[in-house]
Design a protein around this ligand. Structure first.
Ligand code: ACO
Length: 434
């Protein structure tokens, strides 16, 4: 990766009346400015304090762009709406990794490579048998993705293109097989091996829903919806799990161990676990007439309740993925002939909340997770698999970001500082005298 940030000006900072110090003002390709404070502590002895990183760019990146005010999401410059409508997940994966959409030959070669790596080493099976049968599938996924590092440890510490590409292809190919295995283990059904003449999404659906005793045919509408869901979740710039992958990878850690770290971070309800929480909340609301009660609770500062699937650290208008997801939800429910009262509650909740002062003032709109739970449960997935599906799709983004970081000449080990507020230095007092 070639560094492309440009200096567009300078900013002068004077602290407590000291001699002013100049810092470069940088700009990215979409014009967003940032003050380069890398030399701040050297020149002034001060650090910046930014818990939650609301004002901090941790890296330069050329993969994904978000304009939270406009509700815009671009992968390598392409709007998410166009990619979700017109491309396939593997095309998007190629784009995220390589920076350009593939031509026909490149696409065939990439799909063939991914297809050739879909099987798991047979010994991975022993890891699954170490889990209790009711283990959360995210626990199994985190553990077994990390376990891949034991099988492919040679990829560690490499900067060689070929070895890095192998790690990228392996993880994208194997993650659906692992995710489906987590599901099958949880429900006590035999592992279904990958079938390589199917699409990425079709193969995953078959590994989840086929059983050896019955024929299984992939429904093309469901297959397209699954593929779209994967595209929508493929990358989202420096979110918590991606930053975790980058931070883990910045020390030169094994790529599969880095993806396991990202998977663990994604599990939380403020991140990837939100669609499970959103669907549970919609179910708890149950009927449209109970919406005002829940809106009142969300606004009440003494109540910890939040509208799950609402709000986003970056989007302060509608999450563009939520718009695509709402449409997909209607398509899937229509195809399957399902009338789900939860969808009615969701649409009414969206209508009421997006017109309420409390939500408008704070820029709180539905995020991608608001509708994804409804569509995923219509596809037949239990709620505890939702984050697994998210992790499956995001693995492509994680590994693209990991790769970009290792190619970045300005990359250094990530090492934030802190503002210490603990006890000042004091002398040890022996236990009998305390
Ligand atoms: N319901 C009610 N109030 C909310 C909500 C919500 N869902 N989200 C934020 N707020 C309020 C906060 O109480 C706060 O109000 P205040 O200024 O009066 O104190 C204000 O909006 C800002 O909220 P923060 O928590 O500071 O915003 P932050 O950027 O840190 O949080 C987050 C973003 C975590 C997504 C938050 O909106 C939330 O908890 N949403 C519900 C969970 C969710 O849907 N997560 C999915 C995120 S998307 C993803 O990971 C794919």
């Amino acid at each position: 990766m070639e560094n492309k940030v440009k200096q567009t000006g300078t900013s002068t900072i004077s602290i407590d009346g000291a001699e002013p110090v100049e810092f470069p003002v940088l700009s990215g390709s979409m014009g967003q400015p940032a003050i380069d404070v890398r030399a701040l502590s050297k020149h002034t002895g001060h650090f910046t304090f930014d818990p939650g990183y609301t004002s901090t760019c941790s890296t330069e990146s050329q993969i994904t762009f978000i304009d939270g005010a406009k509700g815009q999401l671009l992968y390598r410059g392409y709007p998410i709406e166009q990619l979700a409508e017109k491309s396939t997940f593997l095309e998007v994966a190629y784009l995220l990794i390589n920076g350009e959409l593939p031509n026909k030959t490149e696409y065939k070669s990439f799909s063939d490579t991914i297809t050739n790596h879909t099987m798991l080493h047979d010994q991975i099976e022993s890891f699954f048998h170490g889990f209790r049968r009711d283990s959360h599938p995210m626990a199994m996924l985190t553990g077994t993705v990390g376990a891949l590092s034991g099988f492919y440890h040679d990829d560690q510490h490499t900067t060689e293109d070929e070895a890095r590409n192998l790690a990228i292809h392996r993880i994208i190919a194997k993650i659906p097989t692992l995710a489906a295995r987590c599901y099958k283990y949880r429900i006590g059904q035999p592992h279904v091996y990958p079938q390589n003449d199917l699409s990425y999404a079709g193969n995953f659906l078959r590994m989840c829903f086929a059983v050896p005793a019955e024929p299984y045919e992939v429904n093309p509408v469901i297959e397209k919806a699954m593929d779209k869901i994967f595209i929508l979740h493929a990358d989202h710039e420096q979110n918590a799990s991606t930053s975790t992958v980058r931070l883990a990878g910045s020390s030169g850690a094994n790529p599969y161990a880095c993806i396991a770290a990202g998977t663990a971070c994604l599990w939380g309800p403020s991140h990837g676990g939100a669609n499970e929480a959103a669907l549970n909340m919609l179910g708890e609301i149950g009927t449209v007439d109970r919406i005002p009660e829940f809106i009142a609770r969300a606004k009440d500062k003494s109540d910890p309740f939040r509208l799950m699937g609402f709000g986003h650290r970056v989007y302060k208008s509608m999450d563009p993925r939520a718009t695509v997801m709402r449409k997909t939800t209607h398509e899937v429910l229509g195809e399957l002939g399902i009338t789900n009262p939860v969808l009615e509650v969701a649409m009414e909740l969206e209508k009421i909340a997006t017109n309420e002062d409390y939500f408008v003032k704070r820029g709180l709109y539905p995020n991608v997770d608001f509708y994804s739970g409804i569509v995923l449960s219509a596809l037949g997935f239990p709620t505890d698999m939702f984050t697994v599906l998210f992790a499956l799709a995001r693995t492509t983004g994680w590994i693209s970001q990991w790769n970009e970081m290792l190619e970045d000449p300005s990359q250094r080990i990530g090492r934030p500082r802190q503002l210490y507020t603990g006890a000042p230095e004091r002398d040890y007092v022996s236990i009998g005298e305390r």
